[in-house]
Design a protein around this ligand. Structure first.
Ligand SMILES: Cc1ncc(COP(=O)(O)O)c(C=O)c1O
Length: 420
């Protein structure tokens, strides 16, 4: 159902009123955010859920310090990939037994694309998007380098529609739900349908949608999916990713990273590999337990928060920001890179400005955090559980001021660090 976006606040006072009546308002207290900071980068790294401090404290003081190795059983460390996977499942529209938390998105992409290829052994082509996140493209190169005769076709380079690229040689289509730069949402249900009609399988990267948009992996018929937990699921820096494998494929699917955690009997220490039943076969090796333990608080928040309210507020926040930018910033050479249609836009707004990097640095010194992606893209993420309408207002004002005064030209804003 499209959301009607009307009555956006037209003054800062109106924003304050909107904040006071916001049904999601109480969630802000669940997060630690430094005073006076406007954090528009939850699309890169979510803030710290306060409960994660308690959970990590418990994991360090009790489980690690006191109980040591007995915690593998006593504190359920061994089962954490499945336990946390069950918390993620409803957030991405998956029934029980299809999600684990393990490794990184990058590794999980390798595992799932490889597994999907193995389910279509007579076919030789993998399709992705030319503008997909680089790791998704690099991993396809890696997969194709390990298998003879597998080729990559890219939407936007080798053809302009998925239909045009599909034929009876295509084994796998691997797309991202939301474009990392522009925030554009792809119509996944439709894309899965045409993929299946062509006899291929669909692998979905949900890094920019899990926890912020309705995702319906089972209903859409997605075959495999991956996603990270450190963005909108607020799991912490480098928190482990998740992997979804539809039940119908689990018996046949082969995890190419066949480590002992995915063995049917890991503690039998047998010489030969035999895959575990079900989703467990996608485990690989020993996991970062502290990072897993720090993730639960963020997942519990994502499970409890009403995702439809989150989506509605996200569309209103991004629309408000776009409208303010259009009024105040367009004559300085800024252009909108995100879809104007809120139905097609994720929870971020991308603006192009040639010196965007320096503008973002100037905003950071004003305690407004956003980020920059080449070429010239300033990304502003609006996570509705802790971002207020007044934050949007203040960020747009500050952006307009940095552009108008040309503060970004100052030498101190030109120096690039490794992470942008
Ligand atoms: C769409 C997408 N896929 C994958 C990744 C990163 O994967 P990893 O966590 O393995 O570095 C990102 C990171 O921003 C991303 O945006």
């Amino acid at each position: 159902m499209p959301i009607n976006i009307s009555n956006l606040p037209e003054s800062r006072t109106a924003c304050e009123k909107e904040d006071a009546n916001d049904p999601l308002r109480s969630w802000q207290d669940e997060f630690y955010l430094p005073k006076g900071l406007i954090y528009l980068d939850g699309n890169s790294l979510g803030p710290l859920p306060k409960k994660a401090i308690e959970q990590l404290d418990q994991a360090i003081r009790n489980e690690w310090a006191e109980d040591l190795i007995t915690s593998w059983n006593k504190a359920g460390w061994w089962e954490l990939p499945e336990t946390l996977g069950e918390l993620i499942a409803p957030i991405v529209g998956a029934a029980s037994g299809q999600v684990i938390v393990s490794d990184s998105t990058t590794l999980n992409l390798f595992k799932t694309v490889h597994a999907a290829l193995g389910l279509r052994p007579e076919r030789t082509v993998v399709i992705s998007e030319a503008d997909n996140f680089p790791t998704d493209l690099y991993i396809l190169e890696g997969v194709t380098s390990t298998q003879q005769n597998i080729q990559r076709r890219l939407l936007g380079k080798d053809g302009n529609s998925l239909e045009e690229l599909l034929d009876d040689q295509v084994a796998v289509v691997a797309f991202s739900h939301v474009n990392y730069r522009t925030g554009e949402i792809l119509p996944i249900a439709e894309l899965v349908k045409v993929t299946h009609e062509a006899g291929a399988l669909f692998v979905l990267d949900t890094c920019h949608s899990a926890g912020i948009l309705p995702v319906e992996l089972d209903q859409w018929g997605v075959d495999f999916a991956v996603g990270c937990t450190y963005k909108y699921l607020n799991g912490g820096p480098g928190s482990p990713a998740f992997l979804y494998a539809a039940k119908r494929h689990q018996q046949e699917a082969v995890n190419p990273l066949s480590g002992w955690w995915g063995h049917a009997r890991p503690f039998a220490f047998e010489k030969d590999f035999q895959a575990a039943e079900g989703i467990r076969r996608f485990r690989t090796g020993t996991q970062p337990v502290l990072s897993l333990r720090g993730l639960q608080a963020g997942l519990e928040i994502a499970q409890k928060a009403d995702l439809h309210l989150v989506r509605k507020k996200s569309q209103r926040l991004t629309q408000l920001f776009i409208e303010l930018v259009e009024k105040r910033c367009l004559n300085f050479g800024v252009t909108l890179q995100s879809p104007f249609d809120p139905e097609k836009r994720g929870s971020q707004v991308a603006l192009h400005f040639e010196n965007g990097f320096a503008v973002i640095q100037a905003l950071v010194t004003r305690k407004i955090i956003a980020d920059f992606r080449e070429p010239g893209i300033m990304r502003f993420g609006f996570a509705p559980l802790y971002i207020r309408y007044t934050d949007v207002w203040d960020a747009a004002e500050a952006l307009a001021d940095v552009l108008k005064t040309e503060e970004w030209r100052e030498k101190r804003f030109q120096q690039k660090h490794e992470v942008t």
